[in-house]
Ligand binder design. Structure first.
Ligand code: HXC
Length: 293
């Protein structure tokens, strides 16, 4: 779809870049010639992702373990990037956290675990990068991964829905505030693009009704579609496109009325929820054991 070297000279930080959608986007950017920084909480996961990415394609992938909930650590990371290898040209806000839960059962900590990462953490990274672009008189492109429930809301993932909706508004607000500096911000709102991290927390046990037949295109997303749109938004040639959240979902949310993703979970019993909480906890415990930040 793109000419070779489309992203040559681009230097892009991808948060949560060691796994899931972040790693998929990294693979495509690398193939198109970009130089990459990946950050995330698990140093070993980042390093093995970087090795794997470079082994297939060559190029430069650097890693930095960081928890984006920590504003000072984020600022130090971005300063280190500037000091060691010069200014970034792009930022992909991909890192996120989520799990399904009846909202009445959430503790303040449970809410914060998601909101601190998605809402606060994404702002910290965008701010740390954006203020350096402005100070240096440099243009830049920010791509934030949100989800179609920024338009519809969604039950059982309320901290995520609230936080992602905040990022949708951040995208619009900063596109206006920073447009005169040549900084643009866009977001992609993907429909279902299955990844391990999401499946283990949004479909624990896997036994939910498949709703693919309700999508106008009767299918889920293909990873290359996400990779291609993410590349287009980092490439030169369409800089006037800013402040937009682009749904990539086969018109799924438009077709589904209220669009609310997890309405089918109304059927679950307290015992079902208990079982799923245990499965999500096992996944969280496993991930935490691998963290270095
Ligand atoms: C209720 C839960 C819970 C659950 C955790 N908590 N899981 N509460 N039900 N299933 C509560 C805990 O009890 C605790 O509160 C608090 O949350 C913090 O839990 P920790 O496990 O200590 O948190 P932490 O280790 O910081 O992990 C953060 C996390 C985790 C968000 C909970 O899931 C994570 O690291 N996720 C990152 C990857 C991820 O989520 N990927 C999916 C992204 S999908 P108490 O009060 O007990 O201390 C996405 C949108 C996809 O973003 C859209 C698809 C269409």
């Amino acid at each position: 779809m793109f000419k070779e070297g489309l992203l040559k000279g681009k230097r892009i930080l991808i948060t949560g870049g060691g796994t899931g959608l972040g790693k998929e986007i990294a693979a495509k950017y690398l193939e198109l010639g970009a130089e990459l920084w990946l950050c995330g909480r698990r140093g070993a996961v980042l390093e093995s992702a970087a090795k794997e990415l470079v082994a297939g394609r060559g190029g430069v992938v650097r890693t930095h373990p960081v928890d984006i909930r920590d504003a000072a650590a984020v600022d130090a990371m971005v300063q280190r990037i500037w000091d060691e290898s010069g200014p970034l040209t792009g930022l992909v806000n991909n890192a996120a956290g989520n799990f399904i839960s009846p909202t009445k059962d959430l503790t303040p900590n449970g809410f914060n675990a998601i909101a601190n990462t998605v809402f606060h953490g994404t702002f910290y990274v965008t701010h740390a990068v954006g203020k350096r672009w402005i100070a240096g008189g440099l243009p830049g492109s920010v791509l934030t991964i949100v989800v179609t429930w920024v338009h519809t809301g969604s039950p059982y993932v309320v901290p995520s829905a609230m936080s992602k909706a905040g990022l949708h508004v951040m995208t619009k607000s900063l596109a206006v505030e920073w447009g005169r500096h040549g900084i643009r911000l866009n977001a992609i709102a993907p429909g279902p693009f299955p990844t391990e991290g999401a499946a283990k927390r949004l479909r624990p046990g896997g036994g939910f009704e498949d709703t693919t037949h309700l999508n106008p295109m009767r299918r889920i997303g293909r990873m290359e579609e996400l990779q291609n749109l993410a590349s287009f938004l980092m490439a030169d040639g369409c800089e006037w496109l800013t402040g937009e959240t682009i749904a990539l979902d086969g018109a799924g949310y438009l077709a589904s009325g209220s669009g609310a993703y997890f309405t089918q979970l109304d059927k679950l019993s307290d015992a079902d929820w208990e079982g799923m909480r245990a499965l999500i906890k096992a996944q969280n415990d496993k991930d935490r054991a691998g963290r270095s930040a």
